[in-house]
Design a protein around this ligand. Sequence first.
Ligand code: AQP
Length: 329
Amino acid sequence: MEKKIVFSGIQPTGEIHLGNYFGSLKQWLDLQDKYFCFFSIVNLHALTEPISPSSLEENTLKTTSYLLSLGLNPKKVVLFVQSDIPYHTELTWLLSVVTPVGDLLRMTQFKDKAKQFKETVNAGLLNYPILMASDILLYKAEYIPVGKDQLQHLELTREIARRFNRRFGQTFPLPKAVLEERGAKIMSLAEPKKKMSKSLGEEHYLGIFEEPEKIREKIAKAVTDSGKEIKYDQEKKPGIANLLRIYSLVEGKEIKEIEKEFQGKGYAEFKKILAEKIIDYFSQSREKFLAMKDKKEEIREILKEGRRKAEEIAQKNIEEIRQKVGLKY
Ligand code: AQP
């Protein structure tokens, strides 16, 4: 039986935070043995926000090193850079003609970013979900490991695929999200009612490759709630609830068990131990990253091989799509 196809992407916008890891990347690692996986550094998506050409270049290689250090195996998966396969942008155009503008305008991420980047609301921010649909559909992927923040975009991808199939004939399968329940939405350390996100600022996220001292400092400063009990209560204690979820992810224990361990103990002790657990959890990957980060040529070679493999499938699929649409004459 043929292996099902998985697609997911990460933007090369700097650090990888706990949300990116537990929402998505951890699943990439788990899925790489079982499925035919396409994982992409989605640099075209990153251009929708202000980023300098030199940072984009540097972050593309850095993000690749992060992924390899976490254990992604380029012999098992197709690891490639989005812009290396120009068919992504061609398909974006073809999908845009079956996407109602109203659907794009109601996307929560667009509305939030339009507020955040008032001066620079560009058409790319609006069209972002079509590019994401094209990333997925170009490879006819069926399983998409993502965080909860991307569910709305994925639902739109399904709608775009339905519309395309209706107009041009059955072409794309309808992709499904693969969610990791506890990690699907890690919240900000500074405002635990918002999702952890880099664009909110330094104090909001915890980069998994940050210096151990920085990790200790950020966890110590994380907003907690009034009271002093270590108890999971999403409504009344969103800060502690978030830290408990993180603890349970790095320790592999149920939240109930952790609550019991910390009965009668205070926030400071809980945070101190949590910081050490996070540091330990990522320490091997951190060492690998430090050993690899300057081996730019090796990383470029890996991406070149990924490009070759991605291109083979993408080209075959785009030929079929062009024919269905009427571009072959
Ligand atoms: N807080 C989160 N919890 C769980 N999953 C998350 N993801 C992002 N934030 C969380 C998931 O990470 C994957 C890669 O996403 P991305 O490259 O698009 O990263 P991002 O969303 O740009 O990261 P930021 O820092 O959250 O960016 P901004 O500041 O732009 O909002 C995706 O699968 C995503 O669901």
